[in-house]
Design a protein around this ligand. Structure first.
Ligand SMILES: Cc1cc2nc3c(=O)[nH]c(=O)nc-3n(C[C@H](O)[C@H](O)[C@H](O)COP(=O)(O)OP(=O)(O)OC[C@H]3O[C@@H](n4cnc5c(N)ncnc54)[C@H](O)[C@@H]3O)c2cc1C
Length: 348
């Protein structure tokens, strides 16, 4: 039997892969997206998404309001017994619903998605066991990307997180998001509680995998968390995101705002930019995928760098005595997020 030949194979059906697929489908590019699971969103996520960054707007990229549950306007940072409330604007989404809706849009535009298709090997631009040969392979396969590894790109630093659900959080305002910081919580990371419509997403993550289980177990014992799942998070600046015949998008490329582990909006922005580059290359007949790296750097390099700098400072502070860490975090907030309101945790 002749081998299947496609212009593009996208590996991974998270926000990065689905956004790439959507914009390729809009351009009429031939592709197939392969997702290893039979259902979308099999990985934990706080499910917060920033509304926009420079020229990129979440609702423009998404093209729908389905699954958007809440608007958050304030984040409360808790350090020991003190709280800093900061004006930060984002949306809470039902990410499974959002990914399903994006897949629906892709298919409506004529794009092809195959679920339950795990790519296990890539050699000479053929993905196995599917045996599909592609002119371009898009690695949108998350933090532990097989595409990245197959293409010989060094892995970013990988941290770890766990997250579960809590039905009700006594004394917590469901119009706000909460972040716990300081060495009594964890080092090189933080814990969070983000309000979905019917429950809270509560979790803890760290760039330091060694000893993390002690912090995670201590945090878990404070709450009765259900459906607890673990996941990897990249904690580096983006890696090299292209080669002769491949691109990396989203967590696979470490396109994450490391200070807060936020990769949802960056994955969508980079997915769009990847699709635009691919479409232009295929139409011109000249495959120059470095144009993709130029494109995301033009728009997002500053954001990734600034966020990485804050993450490094916060990591350093996470080992310090907590009253001292509090004073520094307050200063960082003033510089990057707006004037914080101070209170003790009982009056947040
Ligand atoms: C606990 C936690 C909380 C987070 N909270 C937030 C938050 O609140 N806000 C925010 O902006 N970001 C958050 N993030 C980060 C965010 O989830 C990621 O940055 C985002 O999901 C990246 O999207 P992606 O499509 O690149 O990767 P993923 O969402 O990981 O998708 C990758 C897809 O590829 C598939 N796949 C992997 N390997 C293969 C293979 N070999 N073959 C076929 N398919 C494959 C996977 O099944 C998956 O569907 C959080 C991360 C974690 C771990």
């Amino acid at each position: 039997m002749a081998m299947e030949k496609r212009d593009v194979v996208i590996v991974g059906g998270g926000l990065a892969g689905l956004t790439t697929a959507k914009y390729l489908a809009e351009e009429g590019v031939d592709f197939v997206l392969l997702e290893e699971h039979t259902k979308f969103f099999q990985k934990p996520c706080g499910e917060g998404i920033l509304p926009s960054y420079i020229d990129f707007d979440f609702f423009d990229l998404y093209g729908s309001k389905k699954g958007v549950e809440r608007e958050i306007n304030e984040v409360v940072f808790i350090i020991k017994d003190k709280a800093l409330t900061v004006p930060i604007h984002f949306f809470m989404i039902d990410k499974e619903e959002v990914e399903k809706e994006m897949a629906h849009q892709v298919e409506k535009l004529g794009g092809e998605i195959r679920m339950g298709e795990k790519v296990q090997k890539i050699k000479d631009n053929v993905v196995y066991p599917q045996e599909i040969s592609a002119r371009i392979i898009v690695g949108a396969d998350g933090a532990r990307s097989l595409v990245r590894k197959s293409m010989g790109i060094k892995s970013p630093k990988i941290g770890v997180a766990i997250e579960g659900h809590i039905d009700h959080m006594e004394g917590f305002d469901e119009n706000k998001a909460y972040i716990w910081f300081g060495k009594s919580i964890t080092v090189e990371g933080y814990a969070w509680a983000f309000p979905r419509k019917e429950f809270w997403n509560v979790g803890i993550g760290s760039a330091k995998t060694e000893g993390f289980s002690t912090y995670a177990n201590r945090f878990k014992s404070r709450f009765e968390m259900k459906d607890v799942r673990g996941a990897a998070i990249p904690f580096s600046l983006p890696v090299k995101t292209y080669g002769k015949n491949f691109l990396l998008v989203g967590d696979a490329a470490s396109q994450v705002m490391t200070a807060v582990g936020a990769g949802n909006l960056p994955s969508m922005v980079c997915g769009k930019l990847a699709a635009e580059t691919i479409s232009r290359c295929l139409k011109s007949g000249s495959i120059n995928l470095h144009l993709y790296e130029n494109a995301w750097k033009k728009h997002l390099k500053k954001l990734f760098r600034q966020s990485y700098m804050i993450y490094r400072m916060a990591s350093f502070l996470s080992y310090r005595e907590e009253n001292r860490a509090y004073r520094w975090v307050k200063l960082l907030m003033k510089m990057f997020a707006g004037s914080p309101k101070e209170s003790d945790i009982k009056s947040t």
